[in-house]
Write a protein that binds this ligand. Structure first.
Ligand code: NAD
Length: 387
């Protein structure tokens, strides 16, 4: 199996990038041509990067904003393994967390902020990149503030809860001459990259059908993920977005229309504001149908493609580790990686070397557009065209 080069392209708009798994980062051009598309700010926009990148090439420092489960459980530990960047600061609204983070990660007082004094981060030369890990509807405000403070930004998925917010975030970063990336860690995970390679290189011929499902049983009924104003929706916003991503990078295409159906609610208390489960059917070009399913009350974790000459799948597909993959020719076998470390190292490298990120804000915006199309199809019961 050729593990060395994995490529992905968005055929409609020609988003193409190569990834070298061995090097663990995105190679930037194919045949000497930059082929980034609508899913990327123009290279020249992104290249108006900081003096830091152009002059000193010091290892970028990252500040995490929001010290919840993902920041504490995944990102901070991953930042102990990164080679191109390090955990330089934190931004938290919970003072009781500070001591533990300070001592565990050796963070100096001058690099600790709260949500009120966050904008002062502009004067802090230790911090080059701000990583926003807050509830979904708060992403826009903190990305915009970070850009205005002169920092490059990584924003967690989903990028925002409306396309309008995504536009403002992209505009703020452009205006500041800063790069914006989305926390799409699976673009750095070998089994998912192999799905992209097999699909886009048509190793098994043209894809006919895709299936993608991600769900788990959600616990605490009071959490923000179940509140519409913070989450923007239910499992589609949180989990279904991985299925959308998977279908796009496996086919290398963008969907043109969608139908969707909300599933039955069996817990009216937990799911009074958001859907409990949702199914949708994307139409891709060339007659490809992609069936998606997401749920906060069921377990599933699959990305599967059926093509003219065989099939390929990853199951489980979306976890932080433990991916298992197979094709109609037998099992896949790739090394374990720390997805978050690779993702952050790649962004730090992009910042340092003035090159675009393979997971830019424009891709986050595109996916929020799909999320909104799915919800519209669900509400109206109609086929919604995606433009
Ligand atoms: P979490 O609930 O564990 O943490 C949220 C953090 O935001 C907490 O520190 C909390 O104190 C803070 N916060 C500030 N204002 C808040 C408010 N009004 N309500 C609730 N919390 C508030 O959530 P999480 O799992 O860390 O998710 C944070 C973001 O990261 C989300 O956008 C989520 O989609 C994303 N995420 C991504 C991945 C991934 O694999 N890429 C995994 C998990 C979460």
């Amino acid at each position: 199996m050729n593990r060395k080069i994995i490529s992905s392209h968005y055929s409609r708009r020609q988003f193409i990038h190569d990834m070298s798994l061995n090097a663990g980062m995105a190679a930037l051009a194919m045949n000497g041509v930059h082929l980034y598309s609508s899913c990327n700010s123009s290279v020249s926009d992104q290249n108006k990067t900081s003096a830091m990148a152009q002059n000193s090439k010091k290892k970028p420092g990252i500040a995490l904003v929001g010290l919840g489960g993902y920041a504490g459980g995944q990102l901070a530990p991953a930042l102990q393994q990164t080679e191109n960047c390090y955990l330089a600061g934190i931004v938290t609204g919970t003072p009781s967390k500070i001591e533990t983070w300070k001592s565990r990660y050796n963070i100096p007082d001058k690099n600790i902020y709260n949500y009120e004094n966050f904008d002062n981060i502009k004067d802090n030369a230790d911090i080059d990149i701000v990583y926003v890990v807050l509830p979904n509807s708060m992403h826009a405000e903190y990305v915009i503030r970070a850009a205005r403070a002169g920092k490059h930004v990584i924003c967690e998925k989903p990028m925002a809860i409306t396309v309008e917010d995504c536009d403002k975030m992209i505009a703020a970063c452009k205006e500041a001459g800063k790069m914006l990336s989305i926390g799409y860690r699976l673009h750095f995970e070998p089994y998912n990259l192999e799905m992209a390679r097999l699909g886009q290189k048509k190793v098994y011929g043209n894809i006919k059908k895709m299936n993608a499902g991600f769900g788990f049983t959600i616990g605490d009924p009071t959490q923000w993920r179940l509140k519409k104003y913070l989450a923007g929706g239910g499992p589609l916003m949180d989990l279904g977005i991985y299925c959308i991503q998977g279908c796009c990078y496996t086919t290398g295409m963008e969907p043109i229309a969608v139908r969707a159906q909300e599933g039955m609610k069996t817990d009216m208390e937990k799911f009074k504001e958001v859907e409990q489960s949702l199914s949708w059917q994307f139409e891709f070009p060339d007659g490809i149908v992609a069936e998606g399913k997401t749920s906060y009350a069921d377990s599933m974790n699959i990305l599967r493609a059926e093509a003219e000459k065989g099939w390929f799948e990853v199951n489980p597909a979306y976890n932080y580790s433990g991916q298992k993959g197979a094709t109609s020719d037998g099992p896949m076998d790739f090394p374990k990686v720390n997805q978050q470390a690779k993702q952050m190292d790649d962004f730090a490298d992009a910042v340092m070397n003035n090159r675009p990120t393979p997971v830019p804000g424009e891709m986050g915006r595109r996916d929020v557009k799909y999320l909104q199309a799915i919800y519209k199809a669900m509400r109206t019961g109609e086929r919604v065209e995606i433009k």
